[in-house]
Design a protein around this ligand. Structure first.
Ligand SMILES: O=C(O)CCC(=O)C(=O)O
Length: 271
């Protein structure tokens, strides 16, 4: 999918870009069915805690699976889809690598949001505009079910972060919420936001669950050799483009590029 020069300008200035309808109805249905399968098989873990950052909450749920690609050939194939590679390349530069993938699922009523943070507080890359999240609305994402909020034009400085007592591993910051914008998206829409953009999600106050599938992509010039080799057990970082890209063969032992369409059809047929 071609990102227009105006959209690139928006991303570089505001630090985020919403693209409604990035995935079509069939692709979205496949993702919904596969994430439902992962939930059904208890692969998602409740990371919400009782305020102490340790004790799993008995009342609130922020269900996560990170990374998810080992449990889903569909999720593994998505970053290799040509429209994903094209969009990400347009936004952050040539030679892109998949950094991370994860699912965030908020059940109806008990679903808890993820507190304000900047991804670069974790990742600490030198140029935050050369890394982007691609957060996919798996279900319609609304104010009522806690869709994403972002602070525009705020990616340049990493704010002080502290441990979030409502999560067993997250950190959080306190940006000027008066400047925040709320991004509602229909299922299949995508929000790109760069590594420096403060963002959060809210509680799900509706009766039905809402999930987000987030991928993080990094331009190769922000990585080191260690980035690819250290602590990678269970979480490969496939090079998607550039001279060392192998369509996933190097990282997964099988060629992933070109499988997205078949994976979508398979997920729809199976479920
Ligand atoms: O969906 C969420 O609750 C948070 C997602 C997020 O923080 C991210 O994708 O970086």
């Amino acid at each position: 999918m071609k990102i227009t020069p105006d959209q690139i300008k928006v991303f570089r200035s505001r630090g985020y870009l919403a693209v409604p309808g990035f995935f079509d109805a069939k692709e979205t249905a496949a993702l919904q069915a596969d994430i439902e399968r992962l939930k059904r098989n208890s692969f998602l873990r409740n990371v919400a805690t009782e305020g102490d950052g340790k004790t799993t909450s008995g009342t609130k749920q922020n269900l996560q699976l990170c990374p998810a690609n080992f449990y889903s050939t569909l999720i593994r194939a998505l970053p290799f889809a040509p429209k994903v590679i094209e969009a990400v390349t347009n936004l952050i530069g040539e030679e892109v690598t998949l950094h991370l993938d994860q699912i965030f699922l908020k059940p109806g009523k008990t679903g808890m949001g993820t507190a304000w943070h900047q991804d670069n507080a974790y990742f600490k890359v030198p140029q935050p505009l050369r890394g982007t999240a691609m957060w996919i609305a798996i279900h319609d994402a609304t104010v009522a079910n806690g869709t994403m909020r972002v602070v525009p034009h705020a990616y340049g400085t990493i704010l002080p972060h502290e441990r979030d007592g409502n999560s067993d591993h997250h950190i959080r910051c306190f940006p000027d919420e008066a400047k925040a914008e709320t991004v509602e998206l229909k299922a299949g829409g995508v929000l790109f936001f760069c590594y420096g953009t403060p963002h959060c999600t809210g509680d799900n106050t509706t009766d039905t669950e809402r999930a987000g599938l987030a991928y993080h992509f990094l331009c190769h010039d922000q990585t080191s050799e260690e980035f690819y080799t250290t602590g990678r057990i269970g979480n490969p970082r496939p090079r998607l483009t550039g001279p060392k890209a192998t369509g996933g063969f190097e990282e997964y032992g099988t060629t992933i590029a070109g499988t997205w369409g078949d994976e979508v059809s398979k997920a729809i047929k199976v479920h």
